[in-house]
Design a binder for this molecule. Structure first.
Ligand SMILES: [Zn+2]
Length: 85
């Protein structure tokens, strides 16, 4: 079973978490249409480390960024959004 270590709750099953998007796809509220299209639909989907936004939706409901290797799915780092652990 794959586990993700929530910065607040500790190791929990993957099923408790929801993937939101790669950090590179977070858009500015005032971004123009071309920028939005590029950020949402023209990403590189590169093989290797990907910094992503996730939420512990069935736990503490907090947001976190984690670094996941897209080839192996190994999680290299997890940190809460907006603050230290
Ligand atoms: Zn949690």
């Amino acid at each position: 079973m794959m586990l993700i270590t929530c910065p607040h709750c500790g190791p929990r099953a993957l099923d408790e978490f929801v993937f939101d998007r790669p950090v590179e796809a977070i858009t500015a509220p005032d971004a123009d249409t071309q920028t939005l299209v590029a950020q949402l639909y023209k990403r590189t989907n590169a093989r290797g480390p990907s910094r992503e936004l996730w939420r512990h939706s069935l736990g503490c409901r907090s947001w976190m960024t984690l670094v996941r290797d897209t080839a192996t799915h190994q999680i290299c780092d997890v940190e809460p959004v907006g603050g230290a652990r």
